[in-house]
Design a protein around this ligand. Structure first.
Ligand SMILES: Cc1cc2nc3c(=O)[nH]c(=O)nc-3n(C[C@H](O)[C@H](O)[C@H](O)COP(=O)(O)OP(=O)(O)OC[C@H]3O[C@@H](n4cnc5c(N)ncnc54)[C@H](O)[C@@H]3O)c2cc1C
Length: 417
């Protein structure tokens, strides 16, 4: 089969790998507009269900991704100088650039043809392709060219964000809230590599414009933000990607849905098909899941591309409804953060619990008592040991190639968030 992937992000590359493993006879070409080794963004977080799925599909990639990822154990919520509140759970994270390096090398090894610095502007040049995979990301040109048939709807978040790094290595995942003269602003920080952390800055427009962040040069903006969070950064810097120093521009969360994930011989996958707010750390995980689902559907239906795309759409798309709802809940919760932080008698422990529950109310009472217990150091350590034991069990299951990725995912995401 002649397959063309437009976009060489995690979705396009992992689909190419999965499809080529299933049928080495496919000719698969991936077209990526950026040069090799260049990407946007810092680290991405995931849970070890992703490893389970990666091991099930391609242990070679899985081993490298596991080796390149770091563990964050527990979550800390810091509100200015108030006592820290704690949440349980754990997760993994790694640099996006490293992930892409691993996927590119593996795709190449399998015989996928990779074309960098090739922006696709017209599908006419691929008229003879049996299947076109639109893996061209959140602003997918292929999707936008036919929004009506895909049934695209978009919600835009109110808050601004910046995806930055810092040369401070954080251990646990951190939510850090600071009050400024213009209002609240906060960080989401997690492991990037041994020397650095990913650092997402988020604030409502009142704070963003009030601080003049939109008026500053990139260097001034980073210095100003590092100053606001200095007590948490211990003198470390906030950093922007070298090639993107000139693009330190606040962005809004964008929530894209499609009522249909294919038309003719074109399949939408990854962010082109759906986006989830960064605060639930799921976009890459879902892109990988789409890639597997589409490769399986293509494999199951042989040369019948229409049947494969129908099967992919009807099985995979409904699975994401719930996650997309959670992502919207999370985005809207973060828009209400200033109101919650300014409420009379605001208590960091209660606020931290609200963060954990922001994906919808799964409010078994014992979870609240567990949360209260987690604030006590001894009990937190005991909970950490139980979590570590669960992690080891998952590791052993994976080694035996057992367990259900989907079940593990839902449970672990709930526990960690
Ligand atoms: C701030 C932030 C934090 C995030 N944190 C996490 C996280 O912690 N965990 C997580 O799982 N996810 C996270 N995500 C989401 C994650 O980055 C995306 O969901 C993921 O990258 C989607 O992969 P993709 O391959 O679909 O799209 P992309 O990674 O966007 O890749 C699309 C590729 O297509 C290329 N392209 C576009 N148009 C064309 C064209 N016409 N021709 C050729 N090439 C083209 C682009 O250059 C790009 O390389 C985060 C996102 C943001 C914005």
């Amino acid at each position: 089969m002649e397959i063309v992937c437009v976009g060489g992000g995690p979705a396009g590359l992992y689909f190419a790998i999965c499809a080529k493993i299933r049928d080495p006879q496919h000719r698969i070409r991936v077209f990526e507009r950026k040069p090799e080794g260049v990407t946007f963004g810092w680290g991405f977080g995931f849970w070890d269900d992703v490893l389970t799925s990666l091991y099930a599909n391609d242990p070679v990639t899985a081993r490298q991704i596991q080796a390149a990822s770091g563990l964050w154990d527990g979550i800390e919520v810091q509100i200015s100088d108030k006592p820290t509140a704690y949440l349980g759970g754990y997760g993994l994270s790694m640099g996006r650039l490293r992930l892409l390096e691993i996927l590119v090398a593996r795709a190449r090894q399998l015989g996928v043809e990779l074309h960098f610095e090739r922006e696709v502007t017209d599908l006419a040049e691929f008229a003879d392709a049996d299947l076109v995979v639109a893996s061209d990301g959140i602003n997918s040109r292929l999707r936008e060219a036919d929004q009506v048939r895909f049934g695209t709807t978009t919600d835009t978040g109110r808050n601004y964000y910046l995806w930055l790094g810092t040369d401070k290595p954080f251990g646990p995942f951190q939510y850090i809230f600071e009050r400024t003269e213009a209002g609240w602003i906060w960080l989401h920080c997690y492991y990037l590599d041994e020397q650095r952390s990913t650092c997402l800055v988020e604030a409502p427009p009142e704070t963003w414009h009030g601080l003049g962040l939109d008026q500053l040069s990139p260097e001034e903006c980073l210095t100003k933000l590092a100053g606001i969070f200095r007590r948490h950064l211990d003198g470390h810097r906030l950093i922007s990607q070298e090639d993107q120093v000139s693009t330190v521009t606040g962005l809004h969360g964008k929530h894209v849905r499609n009522a249909r994930w294919y038309r003719d011989n074109i399949a939408l996958i990854g962010d082109a098909a759906h986006t989830t707010h960064f605060s639930i750390g799921s976009g890459t995980r879902l892109a990988i899941g789409d890639a597997v689902a589409l490769a399986e559907a293509v494999d199951a239906h042989g040369d019948d591309v229409s049947a494969a795309l129908r099967a992919y759409d009807s099985s995979r798309r409904p699975e994401l409804d719930h996650v997309q709802e959670q992502a919207l809940d999370s985005m809207r919760f973060l828009e209400k953060v200033p109101e919650l932080l300014d409420a009379p008698g605001m208590d960091p422990v209660q606020f931290a619990f609200a963060i954990a529950r922001r994906l919808g109310n799964r409010g078994a009472r014992w979870r609240y008592y567990l949360h209260l217990a987690t604030q006590i150091q001894l009990l937190r350590a005991a909970r950490g040991k139980l979590t570590a034991a669960r992690r080891m069990r998952a590791e052993r299951r994976r080694a035996k190639n057992e367990g259900s990725a989907a079940q593990g995912s839902a449970r672990q995401m709930e526990d960690a968030l």
